[in-house]
Design a protein around this ligand. Structure first.
Ligand SMILES: [Ca+2]
Ligand SMILES: [Ca+2]
Ligand SMILES: [Ca+2]
Ligand SMILES: [Ca+2]
Length: 239
């Protein structure tokens, strides 16, 4: 098969031409060829879209998704940088629910409806998440400074194809946290990817924090009308 045909076939396999439907509609020409070539070399199969199809990390569910804002077009500024931005204010909030500090250096966040091979964020060397600590990754912008227990990051993939930040589609997506070996630590599907319902104008959060199922943030116990709580519990208390 000619290279152009091979790329087209792979693009179709990845569903890259059919993603979006909201503000993150993309052009198939933005597929990261380097990432695809690397994936082909190491034999990583295209994602089958089945939650349990991938091997699990020894850290499976020791760090979990606790809150996700896929709709960056809310009436508030999630990352606190003074600008409400559909891409930059999206976020995922991860919490270490194990008993000890976990080194998350080289771990990645991946969304799977566009390009499973292209991490939206890779945690830098020497990144340690303490027990009960949170790590919040925003789509971009200028997040708050990290503290001893809450780490804040803008998504950092250094590639033109990552212009959509975390690329959390409003109508549905499947996101994964992978360890340094690429093994699944936690995953979350919402909206048209199955799993929990997608929400507009507010985040999806566990109620109660850490242990409960996901619900729209304003409906979580203690929210008091808050539409999200990146880096804190629903009621604003620290983890
Ligand atoms: Ca979005
Ligand atoms: Ca902002
Ligand atoms: Ca996506
Ligand atoms: Ca929260």
């Amino acid at each position: 098969m000619k290279r152009s045909g091979w790329l087209l076939a792979l693009a179709m396999l990845l569903g890259t031409g059919a993603c979006g439907g909201d503000d993150e509609a993309v052009d198939a020409g933005q597929i990261d060829a380097g990432a695809i070539d690397a994936a082909a070399v190491d034999g990583t199969p295209p994602d089958a879209g089945e939650p349990d199809a991938e091997p699990l990390s020894p850290y499976y569910h020791q760090i979990i998704f606790n809150e996700v804002l896929s709709d960056g077009t809310t009436d508030e500024d999630a990352n606190g940088d003074g600008t409400i931005d559909a891409v930059e204010d999206e976020f995922v909030e991860l919490v270490n629910i194990s008993a000890g500090t976990i080194d998350i250096s080289g771990w990645t966040l991946v969304e799977t409806d566009w390009n499973v091979f292209l991490p939206r964020h890779t945690f830098a060397p020497s990144t340690q998440l303490v027990a009960a600590g949170a790590a919040v990754v925003f789509g971009g912008g200028d997040p708050p400074a990290s503290t001893a227990t809450v780490l804040y990051f803008p998504s950092n993939a250094q590639d033109p194809g990552t212009q959509y930040g975390l690329d959390l589609d409003n109508d549905g997506d499947r996101i994964m946290l992978r360890d340094g070996d690429g093994l699944v630590v936690d995953e979350l599907s919402y909206g048209n990817e199955g799993g929990i319902s997608a929400t507009d104008d507010e985040s999806m959060t566990r109620d109660p924090d850490l242990t409960g199922g996901f619900t729209p943030h304003t409906q979580a116990s203690g929210a008091a009308g808050a539409i999200f709580s990146p880096g804190t519990r629903v009621d604003g208390a620290p983890f």
